[in-house]
Design a protein around this ligand. Structure first.
Ligand code: FAD
Length: 496
């Protein structure tokens, strides 16, 4: 198909633009793209192609793009979008590559932004501007040691663009709000190839949508500017504790759930039960804690002194908590060396979530523990867990649900079953995915209807309402205005 012919021939059918024409073998078009870019274009024959294509989630490794554009500049991104429209190829952007449902994989053109990872802090004005490919780790390195922070998530290799577009919660959100609450402006390339600004004053409807709609819906953001938050205390308290034996696990979990529904905003944390069994038999210590398996662990932070933290956490600590670790750390040490998720070997994973805002009945918690312990796997290489992430509430709920696309402003906790695997036969993956589906159905029976769009779940049937609630219709209108041909689409993207 000729470039000129594409725009008139393309039609919107079902979920997206029908893209045809340019194929892997159409190397003249790809060579043309390479000529127009400052960055490099990789094709499948290139020795670096296979590695460059690997997403963070092993589950989507088999999706092979026709080419990969390693963009070096915002102009490169614009050129890629224009080229895709001209050639009838699907453009898909990837930052950190962590999307759970394969939304940053494609058989079309994979647009990688990793080289555009510049971070520029203006401490005087109190802002930070990031390139499209900046990761949480890049942002932390640039801010480390200073008096200003941005509330982000806890995984250093997650892309900040992907994070903020779906909201962005983390251990600091209860006192400092969400990542999207601090976005001041962003530049993006739209489906028509134009580069525009979005802020409260420029394209405000688009700006509204970008803060919570999730990535890959309205265009490709090439730069993002955030207002930074002053760090109230140079030192904070971090803590961890464990509960062993089912009765203590249920009691500790329930006490933490109840405490966090009314705790001061300075307190944050999560409770986790996992079926990673220690080598040998049960009753041996599980990883990281000395408490014998099975164990419920609780980890988090308090923006204040150790004495204050101990007092606030007393209702939980007093329930037979073992392995209590508590200490004051420099704010940045706490973020980077305690709260951040450590590097994991590459793996496949799936997660799902539901918000809760009332105490979870203890019999449900007991059933959840039983489910985790009976889950398939049970090794470091194939296992399941359930976490109660107490990162919402507080300042997160001080913003109106229709102020921006991120709608979840009344839920306090996220109940999150998850599975992961590494080098496993397909049957084990299938069993773990079945476990997730079954456990998701179970938790949906006693939680709120909302789910977190940054942890999209591939089997979720009610995702439109669950991720976006009352904001979904407005999101469709914005989509209609800025991407009427549905150029940017994936399994759970905002439809036209
Ligand atoms: C281990 C792990 C830990 C996590 N921890 C947290 C957490 O603490 N808090 C939290 O809120 N979330 C967390 N998440 C979820 C994470 O924030 C989202 O999955 C996020 O979308 C990932 O962004 P990415 O750039 O890494 O992924 P990608 O797969 O590259 O991108 C995610 C989506 O955004 C699109 N996108 C990427 N870049 C752009 C761009 N420049 N413009 C427009 N669209 C773009 C992609 O096409 C894709 O649809 C975690 C995920 C994992 C796997």
């Amino acid at each position: 198909m000729s470039r000129r012919g594409f725009l008139t021939a393309a039609t919107v059918v079902g979920g997206g633009l029908v893209l045809a024409g340019c194929s892997n073998s159409d190397s003249s078009a790809v060579k043309d793209l390479q000529r127009r870019l400052k960055g490099q274009v990789l094709v499948p024959a290139d020795p670096k192609f296979a590695e460059a294509n690997l997403p963070a989630n092993d589950r989507y490794e088999s999706v092979i793009p026709m080419a990969i554009a390693l963009c070096a500049t915002p102009e490169d991104v614009q050129t890629c979008v224009r080229w895709c429209v001209e050639e009838g190829v699907q453009p898909v952007v990837r930052g950190g590559g962590h999307n759970y449902i394969g939304a940053s994989t494609t058989t079309g053109l994979l647009i990688k932004t990793g080289a555009m990872n510049e971070v520029s802090v203006d401490a005087k004005v109190g802002t930070v501007t990031l390139g499209a490919g900046a990761l949480n780790a890049d942002l932390l390195s640039a801010l480390r040691g200073g008096a200003l922070m941005l509330p982000i998530g806890t995984c250093p290799s997650v892309g900040v663009a992907g994070l903020v577009l779906g909201g962005g919660i983390g251990d600091n959100s209860r006192w400092a709000a969400m990542t999207c609450d601090h976005l001041e402006s962003t530049t993006l390339v739209l489906a028509n190839g134009e580069t525009v600004e979005a802020s409260d004053t420029a394209n405000p409807d688009l700006f509204w949508a970008l803060r919570g709609a999730a990535g890959g819906n309205f265009g490709i953001n090439t730069s993002l500017t955030f207002r930074l938050v002053e760090i109230p205390k140079p030192r904070i308290t971090v803590f961890g504790m464990a509960f062993s034996g089912k009765d203590a696990m249920v009691a500790g979990w329930s006490a933490f759930d109840r405490l966090m529904l009314s705790a001061p905003n300075q307190l944050s944390g999560f409770a986790a039960v996992t079926n990673v069994r220690p080598l040998g038999a049960d009753n041996k210590p599980a990883a990281r804690y000395a408490a014998p398996f099975p164990t419920l662990t609780i980890d988090g932070s308090y923006q204040g002194t150790q004495e204050e933290a101990r007092e606030v956490l007393a209702p939980v600590i007093n329930i037979r908590a073992t392995d209590l670790i508590m200490g004051e750390l420099d704010y940045w040490d706490a973020q980077i060396n305690w709260l951040a998720v450590g590097d994991m070997p590459k793996h496949g994973l799936e997660e799902c979530s539901r918000f809760t805002s009332e105490p979870i009945p203890t019999d449900r918690l007991a059933q959840l523990i039983d489910r985790v312990l009976a889950a398939p796997g049970g090794t470091e290489d194939a296992n399941a867990e359930v976490r109660l992430m107490c990162w919402s509430g507080g300042q997160v709920n001080q913003v109106a649900p229709d102020a921006m696309a991120y709608v979840h402003r009344s839920g306090n906790h996220l109940l999150r079953p998850a599975v992961w695997w590494r080098n496993q036969p397909p049957s084990m993956q299938r069993d773990l995915l079945d476990w997730t589906a079954d456990t998701f159905a179970f938790i949906s029976g006693f939680t709120q209807p909302g789910s977190f769009q940054n942890w999209p779940y591939s089997e979720q049937k009610d995702w439109q309402q669950a991720y976006y609630g009352t904001n979904f219709d407005r999101l469709r209108q914005v989509k209609q205005r800025y991407d009427p041909r549905n150029l940017f689409h994936y399994a759970q993207s905002i439809p036209v």
